[in-house]
Write a protein that binds this ligand. Structure first.
Ligand code: PLP
Length: 447
């Protein structure tokens, strides 16, 4: 059994058993289900994963932002076991169970704002986004939605329409959902107006005056959806005034402001939700990933008045708010609160960021180091003057790290960002080891 404190140990022999499984994967799993690392995981604990060949890896991708609380936290596993022995499913829309109600109340309490709040549960981030938009449309009786350039909201028809990156997410999947309008995001490292913050005066906010004349009438817009920090887009942290300005625009025009916290929520950024860094209280929030330490669950939480606008039966789903997932979420949030996971995320993130800034001084291919808490990223470029994206360097670094027992992953519209989403319980020793491998990786790449 893993203790969670192990360091990476990678041999380069792959067993016949793992080779056979890879072959069976190729034979039976659809090609569109892409895989970044050709290993089969057997067990994971804390920030360590072990494959069936006995190799151990330090996890710096956290199941793509799911494993904030570490792999298999004891109290969560126990809670799952206890709930599984009592009730696996009843369908909350027919007969109720307590964990659903407890979790709705808990989320109403821990989300920003002291107004009355309500929640509903589904299974994936995309489903939460779909439902948040349905609720906003029901509340406003308006057809349109505003999303942001570089955003990612999922793979269903509506959520892929809201999403920016064409390949691989949208290519060949049109026609897309109607009445979705894209606005520029505050991506200061690559400002679409070629301006620099704070001297720019935030053109990206001013843009809305024209937008509501040229693109869509404000009174036709039901919702504006934004990730407080873009996830797949490359961990882009906007200036505080940008999100505050957007919220103000929404208030002026009766538009529902939805913060998509699917990737940034649950202590990832050093606060329970990323939007808290910006002193903005959203009308609705979507959340998933880190909510239940790996059990599938997502939620829409927000103002009771808005949440209640969808009439009975218009939202929901057979598996939404499964009792085992709700029990896992309650235990996960308890653990986060009791063991100061916000502090842990801040500690690990600060340590990693400091090391990355040192690396940036040595290796100019690191164009930008950014993020909040343990949501940290580096953007790789070919040349500091042109900032031409360096996708190959990102791919090479991911490969180098994998070969040396560190699991990281890419992001960004141009595929040139490396994002770090470690379980926040990662030890200093494990993080030091990961940093050492990253440093060696850059030394090898830049030879
Ligand atoms: N919203 C954001 C911000 C995300 O990062 C993601 C997934 O990465 C989604 C929505 C979609 O979540 P899921 O893959 O669970 O459907």
């Amino acid at each position: 059994m893993l203790t969670g404190l192990e360091l990476p140990q990678v041999g380069h022999q792959r067993s016949a058993a793992s080779q056979e499984l890879l072959q069976r994967k190729n034979n039976y799993v659809a090609n569109g289900i892409s895989v970044s690392a050709p290993i089969i995981i057997d067990e994971a604990k804390g920030a360590v994963m072990r494959d069936i060949d006995g190799n151990t890896y330090i996890d710096l991708y956290g199941g793509i932002g799911v494993i904030n609380a570490g792999h298999c936290p004891e109290t969560v596993v126990k809670s799952i076991q206890q709930q599984a022995e009592k009730l696996l499913h009843s369908c909350f829309m027919v007969t109720m169970y307590q964990p659903y109600i407890d979790l709705a109340e808990k989320l109403a309490r821990i989300t920003p704002g002291d107004h009355a709040k309500k929640a509903m549960f589904v299974n994936s981030g995309a489903e939460a986004v779909e439902n948040a938009i349905k609720i906003a449309k029901a509340y406003t009786n308006r057809p349109a939605v505003i999303a942001f350039d570089g955003g990612f909201h999922g793979r269903t028809l509506l959520t892929m329409t809201l999403t920016s990156k064409v390949k691989p997410y949208k290519f060949g999947c049109g026609p897309f959902a109607p009445e979705v309008y894209k606005a520029p995001a505050a991506y200061c490292y690559r400002c679409p107006y070629k301006a620099s913050y704070p001297d720019c005066g935030l053109h990206c906010l001013e843009h809305f005056e024209r937008f509501f004349v040229a693109e869509v009438a404000a009174e036709d817009v039901a919702a504006m959806i934004i990730e407080p920090i873009q996830g797949e887009g490359g961990f882009i942290v906007p200036p505080k005034e940008f999100l505050q300005g957007l919220k103000k625009i929404c208030e002026e025009h009766g538009i529902v402001f939805i913060a998509d916290e699917v990737q940034s929520g649950f202590t990832r950024t050093g606060k329970m939700f990323a939007i808290e860094h910006f002193d903005v209280v959203p009308d609705l929030m979507t959340m998933a990933k880190g909510i239940a330490a790996g059990m599938p669950l997502s939620a829409v939480v927000g103002k009771a008045e808005i949440m209640d606008a969808a009439t009975p039966g218009r939202i929901g789903g057979t598996f939404g708010g499964n009792p085992v997932s709700c029990a896992a979420a309650l235990a996960t949030i308890d653990l986060m609160e009791q063991e100061n996971f916000c502090g842990k995320a801040e500690h690990a993130g600060t340590k990693l960021k400091k090391a990355l800034i040192e690396l940036q001084k040595k290796y100019p291919i690191i164009g930008d180091v950014r993020g909040l808490g343990s949501m940290t990223a580096i953007e790789l470029i070919k040349d500091p003057q042109t900032k031409e994206p360096n996708k190959k360097a990102a791919a090479d670094l991911i490969h180098y790290c994998f070969e040396n027992g560190i699991l990281i992953m890419g992001a960004g519209i141009f595929g040139n960002v490396i994002r770090f989403l470690p379980p926040v319980v990662i030890s200093d020793e494990q993080l030091d080891k990961a940093i050492e491998v990253l440093e060696n990786g850059f030394a090898t790449l830049c030879k």
